[in-house]
Design a protein around this ligand. Structure first.
Ligand code: HEM
Ligand SMILES: *[C@@H]1O[C@H](CO)[C@@H](O)[C@H](O)[C@H]1NC(C)=O
Length: 520
């Protein structure tokens, strides 16, 4: 006994408080160095020389726009980086777009980047890593069949108007466009993604909209914390608890329908089924996993995430812009009347002829992109670009879309809201098919670019136009008295229209309305 005590006495005693202090200093130094000495690309977004990664991440959360302004002003033609908790984000100049586009998936991987950005393992989004059934069904089935979807979408829209819009004959009525349009988009999307009868199922409509909102709240909250803390904090994020539950409910709802349709398809009866993305996925599924009804139901939920809020936000921005600039309503109406008066009447190709409306969507998107970063890739292997710039294996790259598309070299007078500018560009010889809302161009990256660009963008254009044609033709819209165009909300790279904003609508006199049903 005595010997042991003796021993203890001779050990140098560090008081716990000093030990803690030492660890803290070491930890601080380590993080400080880690942030500054990791990659060669210049670092932007720090406010003091002492900032650590969590602080830098906080600045990114609060005002990434200003950080990109600064980076672009100083390093427009070279790579630079800013620090997030989960990675250094390497911002790549637009001039490398063709080179990066040419890199194969096993070098520059967009899917890995989407899963990473959406915190896949915590938000049930990692499913998209397995296979590309959703991507190829949208690209090879949905998009080529778009024209045939115009009539069912118009039909669903009429139902949606009855369900979602208040009676506003002869009186200005206040609505919250964010919510009204969310429900309209969810209904039209459901009609195309799952078909009747589930498209009218309130539970499916709830799942398809609420899943996304909860994914976003979860990831906005979790991104504030360093990555190593995620396993510990994840259980304490309430919206995350719901995510798993939404998938389970989606499965319970969809699986019987999927099994029924699979049985019909495999026995040769599939042709009788309604054309929907679900049906096309069933027909395109070729691995055992892709044929698993639970997998398909989960995938449908994820497609809702990729599609509903993105389209809805774009349509809401257009509504806010129209309410702020009602002088553009009449030219848009005139265009719709002109197209409707063509010999074939209002038919499935009419939406594609609305060049002013298409231009308006694109201009509105330029001012209000869903994200100020795009073209995300995670480098699976080091790539050396033609001028020697190195994109190291494991790094996360992206482009500052909004700086690029608002550069005066790309968009003359970028500060001017000029909703028909693309229509004028399309009237130039040989450019009629260019400059569209859904056109992915090297310097217009809101839908990405190249092989992995958003496969749903043509559908999005049709869906948004289906809704807006109805609202523009049959309603007047204005901001509340004394209000300006509502400011957007921002967090990290995301831009959202303010969901609480109210505008006023009023049904137009019956003799001026047009019921534009799509002739089949
Ligand atoms: C205005 C609306 C929309 C915007 C702004 C948008 C934007 C984007 C962007 C930026 C990407 C990433 C492209 C890249 O990797 O470079 C993407 C991917 C994708 N989008 Fe869209 N999108 C919209 C609507 C839709 C719609 C309506 C659908 C479904 C029909 C859809 C389905 C997808 C899918 C499946 C992917 C690929 C995900 C993967 O790689 O697995 N999107 N979208
Ligand atoms: C739609 O209308 C246009 C213009 O009148 C006409 O050229 C076209 O053939 C019509 N398309 C269909 C599918 O009816």
């Amino acid at each position: 006994m005595a010997v042991i005590e003796d021993c203890y006495e001779r050990l140098p005693v560090i008081p716990p408080i000093a030990l803690f202090g030492l660890l803290a200093v070491a930890g601080y130094l380590f993080s400080w160095l880690d942030l500054r000495w990791k990659t060669k690309a210049p670092l932007v977004g720090l406010k003091t020389p002492f900032d650590l990664r969590v602080v830098a991440n906080w600045h990114v959360f609060m005002n990434l726009g200003a950080i990109l302004d600064d980076g672009y002003a100083r390093f427009k033609n070279q790579i630079f980086r800013f620090a997030r908790n989960d990675c250094d984000m390497i911002v790549v100049p637009n001039k490398y777009i063709e080179e990066i586009r040419a890199l194969p998936m096993n070098v520059a991987n967009p899917k890995a980047a989407h899963v990473h950005n959406l915190l896949g393992p915590y938000t049930n989004m990692d499913l998209i890593m397995s296979g590309d059934l959703h991507f190829r069904s949208i690209q090879t089935k949905l998009t080529p069949n778009l024209a045939s979807l115009a009539a069912p979408m118009r039909d669903e829209l009429k139902h949606a108007v009855n369900m979602e819009l208040p009676d506003c004959r002869d009186q200005w009525t206040t609505i919250k466009p964010y919510h009204v349009i969310l429900h309209m988009v969810a209904r039209l999307s459901a009609r195309v993604f799952v078909g009747l009868p589930i498209a009218r199922n309130e539970e499916w409509l709830e799942i398809s909209t609420q899943f996304t909102e909860n994914v976003f709240v979860t990831l906005l909250a979790m991104r504030v914390f360093p990555t190593w803390m995620h396993p510990f904090i994840a259980p304490f994020i309430p919206p995350r608890w719901k995510l798993h539950n939404y998938i389970k409910r989606a499965q319970k709802l969809l699986v019987p329908e999927i099994k029924r349709r699979q049985a019909a398809y495999y026995s040769g009866q599939g042709e009788k089924e309604s054309r929907s993305l679900l049906q096309w996925m069933i027909e395109s599924a070729d691995t055992a996993e892709e044929q698993d009804p639970n997998f398909l139901a989960h995938l449908e939920t994820i497609i809702s995430l990729a599609s509903i809020h993105t389209s809805q936000m774009n349509a809401v921005h257009v509504m806010y812009d129209l309410a702020a600039h009602p002088e553009y309503l009449e030219p848009l109406r005139q265009e719709i009347r002109t197209v409707a008066a063509e010999p074939g009447g209002w038919n499935k190709s009419s939406y594609g002829k609305l060049r002013k409306l298409d231009s308006f969507l694109r201009e509105s998107q330029r001012f209000n992109p869903p994200s100020i970063l795009a073209y995300h890739r995670i480098m699976q292997d080091t790539a050396i670009l033609s001028d020697g710039t190195i994109l190291p294996r494991g790094s996360h790259i992206a482009m500052a879309v909004n700086k690029i598309q608002n550069d005066a070299d790309v968009t003359p007078e970028p500060e001017k809201f000029d909703p028909f500018r693309y229509e004028r560009m399309r009237s130039r010889a040989g450019e009629g098919h260019l400059h569209q809302f859904a056109t992915a161009e090297p310097n217009k990256l809101n839908f990405g670019y190249g092989k992995y660009a958003c496969p749903g963008r043509f559908f999005a254009a049709l869906e948004i136009k289906t809704i807006l044609v109805e609202l523009i033709m049959n309603y007047d819209v204005k901001l509340l008295d004394g209000c300006n165009r509502p400011e957007n909300l921002r967090a990290y790279e995301f831009i959202f229209p303010n969901p609480d904003v109210e505008v006023q609508i009023r049904a137009r006199p019956v003799e001026e309305q047009m019921q534009l049903d799509v002739a089949e």
